[in-house]
Design a binder for this molecule. Structure first.
Ligand SMILES: Nc1ncnc2c1ncn2[C@@H]1O[C@H](COP(=O)(O)OP(=O)(O)OP(=O)(O)O)[C@@H](O)[C@H]1O
Ligand SMILES: O=C(O)C1=C[C@@H](O)[C@@H](O)[C@H](O)C1
Ligand SMILES: [Mg+2]
Length: 169
């Protein structure tokens, strides 16, 4: 049984790995962004546009705390979740936190193809996207660094997950 919180920048692969790793661990796989959308019955861009980012961040923090009760899961948080409402401290007290990290070029390349569902980058040109992500990484790094584990590039693997789990048995 493991309580795993995946954190890191948008596009790094939190949703992708949460699904894979939950299947491997035969446990529940959750995505904080999807849970917010289901609760609000709106897409994330709609929530940002109609209710504002503050409302989104409050809802994100509230739903995150549901995981205090759960015994086993892999949760993909949203890209900003670690950086608001003392969420990082809370996750560190309530499970294993893993920062997934990829070089800027990889993030930008992936995000170019997936702007529509991400309100913070939806209206940016490709050139603006590059500097936006670069600045956001600088702004957020001090939060992400608080995670118990930091996996970067090729370190993001099943093998690393197994090692982390062994250390936390
Ligand atoms: N290791 C990988 N190899 C190739 N493509 C990947 C990999 N990880 C993620 N991707 C692709 O990159 C895109 C972004 O991944 P994903 O949605 O998992 O990111 P995220 O960290 O959950 O982002 P967000 O914070 O915006 O929810 C997706 O299209 C996904 O399929
Ligand atoms: O990096 C962010 O602030 C965000 C990332 C996404 O996962 C969503 O939570 C939302 O688009 C905001
Ligand atoms: Mg995601």
């Amino acid at each position: 049984m493991a309580k795993i919180f995946l954190i890191g920048m948008m596009g790094v692969g939190k949703s992708h790995w949460a699904e894979k790793w939950a299947r491997k661990l035969k446990t529940g796989h959750y995505d904080l962004d999807n849970l917010i959308e289901n609760l609000e019955e709106k897409t994330i861009p709609e929530i940002f546009a109609e209710d504002g980012e503050n409302y989104f961040r409050n809802t994100e923090a509230k739903i995150l705390r549901w995981f205090g009760e759960k015994k086993s899961f892999v949760l993909a948080t949203g890209g900003g979740a670690a950086c608001f409402e003392k969420n990082m401290e809370w996750m560190n007290r309530n499970g294993i936190t893993i920062w997934l990290d990829e070089p800027l070029g990889i993030l930008v390349g992936r995000l170019k193809l997936g702007k529509e569902n991400r309100p913070l980058i939806k209206n940016l040109s490709d050139r603006e996207l590059h500097s936006f992500i670069e600045n956001k990484l600088l702004e957020r790094e001090s939060f992400y660094r608080q995670a118990q584990y930091h996996l970067s590039g090729s370190e993001i693997s099943n093998k690393s997950l197994e090692k982390i789990l062994q250390e936390n048995e």
